[in-house]
Design a protein around this ligand. Structure first.
Ligand SMILES: [Zn+2]
Length: 206
């Protein structure tokens, strides 16, 4: 089955929505200051991504843009005395079968909003929500696994700590310290806030 423009547009539309979910999930998950997968954080991030998907509801019309355009064009051709499908002029003898392409020469229905469109959008959003959330969590876990490898490499070199940015679209830093293990951090270059309190120092010695 060839992929029509309408279907291609819908695939791109679902991918864009999934990308939006991926970024929103990642934003919520990495604001939670945690290293590694956490069930409660995953649920909250998923719900946040769903909430951020709601403002896209008006895009319900967008997913049907090629269909609306095609309907309008077909109706215009019919009103101008052309075959809606192939633009061949209607024969003076009449008849409701096009002599060029054999399609029926009936006036195409105008484009209207229907509940089946709403259901289709809900279905697209559901796919984007699930796929985007899973992809986002997988991407963050992969980044954290890569960081563990990097930290192990640093430990082999005799170093005791490592700090680096999370991979996009993750927010904040991944951190490792020989005393505290793996944790995360937030903030700018000069004001980093760690998710764990710093290791105790000899504050009592005066
Ligand atoms: Zn025709």
């Amino acid at each position: 089955m060839p992929v029509s423009w309408t279907n291609l547009f819908r695939i791109v539309f679902v991918l864009l929505m999934a990308g939006h979910v991926l970024v929103m999930y990642s934003l919520a998950r990495t604001q939670q200051h945690g290293f590694g997968f956490d069930f409660e954080t995953a649920i909250l991030s998923t719900l946040f991504a769903l909430l951020m998907l709601l403002p896209l509801a008006p895009a319900i019309a967008l997913s049907d843009l090629p269909e609306a355009y095609s309907r309008t064009a077909r109706r215009r051709r019919f009103k101008n005395g052309l075959c809606p499908t192939c633009r061949y002029p209607v024969a003076p003898s009449g008849g409701d079968i096009c002599q060029e392409c054999g399609m029926r020469m009936i006036e195409p229905d105008p484009y209207r909003f229907t509940w089946s469109m709403a259901r289709r959008f809900a279905f697209f959003a559901l796919i984007a929500w699930i796929a985007g959330s899973i992809a986002s969590e997988g991407w963050l876990i992969a980044d954290e696994a890569a960081f563990r490898k990097e930290a192990e490499g640093e430990a082999l070199k005799g170093r005791g700590s490592l700090l680096r940015d999370r991979r996009w679209p993750g927010n904040g830093y991944l951190a490792w310290d020989v005393d505290q293990g793996y944790f995360t951090a937030q903030g700018g270059t000069f004001s980093i806030q760690y998710s764990l309190p710093p290791a105790p120092t000899n504050a009592e010695s005066e």
